[in-house]
Ligand binder design. Structure first.
Ligand code: NAD
Ligand code: UGA
Length: 464
């Protein structure tokens, strides 16, 4: 079959895989190829066990793979053969040198730019899909402009806003698609090419265009605003615990103001995931770089509150369990950074588990999708850790349960059965406020939610 457009994506990760699968699905007359430097990842995309768990993804892959969606190892050949190249490589926080712990590590990004330059025999549109510091396109253009002869590269910024666990829904029905370009003739032409692709399934009023720097910066700012809401509600959860106010009631009352809105006001153990912390720190670094200390400090506080919230949760477990966890069995319900994903990158569960192990607690981890990643995250950590998928078997014989991920299945557990199988007094720390606290208290549990009064059977603590 002759395809109308040939699209390549470099980077077959959480963004590259699902976003290209949707383009292939929505544009059957386009050939979409995804490449990666990690051959095992490519093999996994070509197998029945996809490297990324996302509800609905396997169905889309089955419909497109081998027809107009291909996962390939030969990066150089693919660069030669494709005209539109998305770059979706990882951009983690730098761990060395200037800006270590804050700035984005752009080594993978730059390597890709050089690879595109070295292997291109015709002009191409290169699209930044990775999240990058504002002005990165300038660096990319400097590299690509080294091209000889008539080959030209137009660089666009098309940041991705999908959230894990809802990626397929978000990609199929996005709030907006943002495309930034230079406002030159060829920049605008390249922009239109990309608008035409998205127009196949996204209503035109949701496709917004801007200058390239606004597009780059908007992505960092969108994540910073979302994370800021989580830190705002979590900071107030600490005050609720001191005053007997209830964070769910406060969030409802505040969120019903249409100017505020009700989303992203769920208090918990803090945000995880590969991007919020990295992108805010990147924003903080950029502000400091441009001499905006007050602005940098403001955004850095969002990350500090997130760390504080995890420390508070840990201190609550230790304090409530009589200040010693030595030899006590604690069942962690949920290790993924949020529900409906197996991803554990920057999951609060990693930090909390390490802290519990440092107190010499024995840990049993349960999660429907993230046990493999959990074992990888905790490899080499000293202490007793077991991985048990079935939550009932995991909880049996434990002194405490700690709910760390908002998996729906935890809402539906038979807590009567679990309580019976546990050591008494049994403790329940609901780090996501997802279960019926009063019901569990009535069953005999000592219940510790976030931002609400504890429900304890001990005489010296306040009960409500
Ligand atoms: P990821 O680590 O899952 O995937 C990145 C892939 O790029 C890896 O498989 C890696 O092997 C590959 N890679 C690195 N250098 C390469 C090179 N030179 N050539 C070919 N392949 C290379 O990362 P991700 O979660 O998909 O994130 C990618 C980018 O998208 C990041 O900038 C991230 O901030 C952004 N983003 C992520 C999400 C998300 O939900 N994960 C959402 C929006 C934006
Ligand atoms: C987030 C953004 O929502 C996406 O728009 C963005 O594209 C993506 O980052 C990215 O750039 O990587 P993601 O991290 O996948 O998506 O998931 P979110 O739903 O944003 O949740 C992030 C964290 O915040 C999770 O740990 C979640 O449990 C926590 N959270 C979220 C809360 O604690 N409370 C809330 O009310 C909402």
């Amino acid at each position: 079959m002759k395809f109308k457009k040939k699209i390549l994506c470099i980077g077959a990760g959480y963004v590259g895989g699902p976003s290209m699968a949707i383009i292939a699905y929505k544009c059957p007359d386009c050939k979409v190829t995804v490449v990666d430097i990690n051959p095992e990842r490519i093999d996994a995309w070509n197998s029945n066990e996809l490297p990324v768990y996302e509800p609905g993804l396997d169905k889309i892959i089955k419909k497109t793979r081998g027809k107009n969606l291909f996962f390939a190892r030969d990066i150089e050949k693919q660069i030669k053969e494709n005209d539109i190249i998305f770059v979706s490589v990882n951009t983690p926080t730098k761990t060395f040198g200037t800006g270590a712990g804050m700035a984005a590590d752009l080594q993978y990004w730059e390597k890709t730019a050089r690879q595109i330059l070295e292997n291109s025999q015709s002009s191409k549109i290169v699209i930044e899909k990775s999240t990058l510091p504002v002005k990165t396109a300038l660096a990319m253009e400097k590299i690509l402009n080294l091209a000889k002869g008539k080959i030209r590269f137009d660089v666009l910024s098309n940041p991705e806003f999908l959230a894990e666990g809802t990626a397929i829904e978000d990609l199929g029905n996005p709030d907006r698609v943002l495309i930034g370009s230079h406002e030159t003739r060829s920049g605008l032409k390249a922009r239109q090419e990309l608008v035409d692709i998205y127009s196949r399934w996204v209503p035109s009023e949701k496709i917004i265009t801007s200058n390239i720097w606004s597009a780059e910066l908007s992505k960092l700012v969108a994540n910073a605003f979302l994370a800021q809401r989580v830190s705002s509600i979590n900071s107030i959860s600490a005050l609720c615990e001191k005053t007997d106010a209830d964070i769910s009631e406060v969030a409802k009352a505040v969120g019903m103001d249409s100017r505020v809105g009700s989303k992203f006001l769920q208090a918990g153990i803090g945000f995880g995931g590969s991007c919020f912390k990295k992108d805010i720190l990147n924003l903080v670094y950029l502000c400091s770089y441009y001499g905006l200390k007050e602005v940098a400090d403001y955004w850095e506080s969002v990350v500090k509150i997130n760390e504080y919230q995890q420390d508070r949760f840990m201190a609550n477990i230790l304090g409530s369990m009589f200040n010693t966890l030595v030899g006590k069995k604690i069942c962690i319900l949920g290790f993924a950074f949020k529900a409906n994903t197996g991803d554990t990158r920057e999951s609060p569960a990693i930090y909390i588990t390490r802290k519990l192990l440092a107190e010499h607690a024995e840990i049993i981890i349960s999660d429907p999708k993230a046990l493999k990643n959990a074992a990888f995250d905790l490899a080499g950590v000293k202490g007793s850790v077991k991985y048990v998928e079935d939550p009932y078997s995991a909880a049996a014989g434990c002194h405490a349960l700690a709910i760390l991920t908002d998996w729906d299945l935890y809402r539906k557990l038979d807590f009567r059965k679990i309580y019976k199988s546990m050591v008494k007094p049994a403790f329940l720390f609901d780090g996501r406020n997802i279960i019926d606290h009063k019901k569990c208290f009535a069953l005999g549990f000592n219940v510790y939610p976030i931002g609400k009064p504890a429900l304890s059977h001990f005489k010296t603590e306040n009960n409500s």
